[in-house]
Design a protein around this ligand. Structure first.
Ligand code: URA
Length: 284
């Protein structure tokens, strides 16, 4: 471990997910998508051609004539400017406070009606280092603050290990409302929220962004390679006429699950690179 490397205190015992959920989360963290069970139609439509094996015989009942249920109703967002803040309200917000005010009633995607609290993000409004996670979990939903659960405790330690405090940075997520069961936000949900995050970044003007896990990297930069392959490699976000260096690293929840020296060292290196960048002497 490099000198001064962090010793994150955590254990697998601290996790409150089942092994199966943890495995699913690990796969998703590594960029494996599509772990969604497709609903099976209850019955084939009466008019569908019968497959050979299903040809009814005298001993078999005829195929069901029960109608196929219609696809799940699509979510219809409200048309009012509180439930569906118009782009001009988002782009026209000239402070984080004004932005939060404009979007905190958002119901643009199905995550909105399910939330307890809107988790806007928090920290130093002119932070040089900004973290972007995936979306609020249970604790965040209850408290209305990002990264306040177990993953947040570890994030705080990670920040401390590079000589900063949480309050000196800014912490936000791709989506501002908790996805049910802490699942990865779907593309439509992420897209509905992305404009908010982009405006937040424009207002903060961080020197460096550290993305936590695969989701912010995919949604913010369109990079869909697995995080294991891509972490530690600088990327760039072009936004508002600026190019912001982006350092991808593992999500703290993943670090808690894979609490190996290699993973901890990798995160340390990534955060150290980000810190070195914000500390570098600039030409005046
Ligand atoms: N995980 C995230 O990605 N964000 C949070 O705010 C909490 C947990």
């Amino acid at each position: 471990m490099p000198e001064g490397a962090p010793r994150f205190r955590a254990s697998l015992d601290a996790m409150d997910t089942s092994p199966l959920e943890a495995w699913r989360d690990t796969l998703q963290e590594l960029g494996v998508m599509g772990l969604v069970r497709e609903p099976r139609p209850e019955a084939e439509p009466a008019s569908a051609p019968l497959r050979r094996a299903e040809t009814p015989s005298r001993s078999q009942p005829p195929p069901s004539t029960r109608p196929v249920p219609p696809p799940a109703a699509r979510y219809e967002p409200p048309a009012d400017p509180i439930g569906c803040p118009p782009p001009e309200a988002v782009l026209g917000a000239t402070s984080l406070q004004a932005l939060e005010q404009a979007i905190q009633g958002c119901l643009k995607c199905p995550l909105g009606p399910g939330r307890i609290r809107f988790v806007f993000g928090e920290g130093n409004p002119s932070a040089r280092l900004m973290f972007v996670g995936e979306g609020p979990g249970r604790d965040e939903d209850l408290q209305g603050r990002p990264f306040v659960g177990k993953a947040g405790e570890l994030l705080d330690k990670m920040i401390g290990a590079i000589g900063l405090t949480r309050a000196e940075t800014y912490i936000a997520n791709v989506v501002k409302c908790r996805p049910p069961d802490n699942r990865t936000p779907g593309p439509d949900e992420a897209r509905a929220c992305l404009g908010y995050l982009r405006r937040q970044i424009e207002l903060i003007q961080p020197v460096v962004i550290v993305t936590l896990g695969a989701t912010p990297l995919r949604e913010l930069l369109g990079v869909s390679e697995g995080i294991t392959r891509i972490r530690g490699q600088w990327r760039q976000l072009e936004l508002g006429g600026r190019r912001i260096p982006v350092m991808p690293t593992f999500h703290p929840a993943y670090v808690l699950r894979q609490y190996t020296q290699d993973v901890r060292r990798a995160v340390w290196q990534d955060l150290k690179a980000a810190k070195d960048w914000i500390d570098r002497p600039t030409e005046s």
